[in-house]
Ligand binder design. Structure first.
Ligand code: HEM
Length: 145
């Protein structure tokens, strides 16, 4: 169950990053309808990531870093920035989508240019953290960092 939830979480965040890139490519070609669909797909996948991640956290607690000491600082830097930016990504995505639905495309574009790199960073580091913990993770059995 724990492995399945971890896999579902990492795949949903990686696929949401891919849908995001597809959505950016589509709007660059002027395909508004397909852009709209790709971005809503990316948003649903990111919401699924949150569900799987929180389910894993609630049922199995956290996994602590148990790898080489030389990498500990870098690992916690990535984990902290990933967590903070993931928390920012949700409200920012809702704001950007809301502006698009209201037809306020200059605000939509301005904030989308902040959102896209944040989203890609969260997706990439989500995969990186998963990979590091698969190799070097140690069970804590508790719900804490
Ligand atoms: C999280 C979701 C979304 C993100 C990250 C996003 C991202 C972007 C980006 C980066 C651009 C500017 C591309 C460029 O000119 O370089 C853009 C433009 C645009 N987006 Fe989105 N978008 C999202 C959702 C939506 C939705 C739901 C709609 C439709 C309701 C939409 C409609 C548009 C339109 C029509 C433009 C072109 C505006 C113009 O050129 O005046 N977007 N979007």
């Amino acid at each position: 169950m724990k492995e399945a939830l971890g896999l579902l979480a990492v795949w949903s965040i990686v696929l949401s990053g891919i849908a995001l890139l597809v959505g950016v490519a589509l709007i660059k070609r002027g395909n508004r309808v397909a852009h709209h669909r790709a971005m809503l797909t990316a948003t649903v996948l990111a919401a699924l990531f949150l569900v799987f991640y929180l389910a894993k956290w609630a049922l199995h607690g956290t996994t602590a870093y148990g790898g080489p000491e030389a990498w500990r600082g870098a690992y916690y830097f990535v984990l902290l920035t990933h967590t903070l930016l993931a928390a920012l990504n949700g409200p920012l995505a809702l704001y950007v989508i809301w502006r698009a639905f209201r037809g306020e495309f200059s605000l939509h574009k301005r904030w989308a240019k902040v959102l896209v790199p944040v989203w890609l960073y969260v997706a990439l580091t989500g995969w990186l953290i998963y990979w590091v913990l698969q190799r070097y993770g140690t069970e804590t059995g508790t719900i804490a960092f």
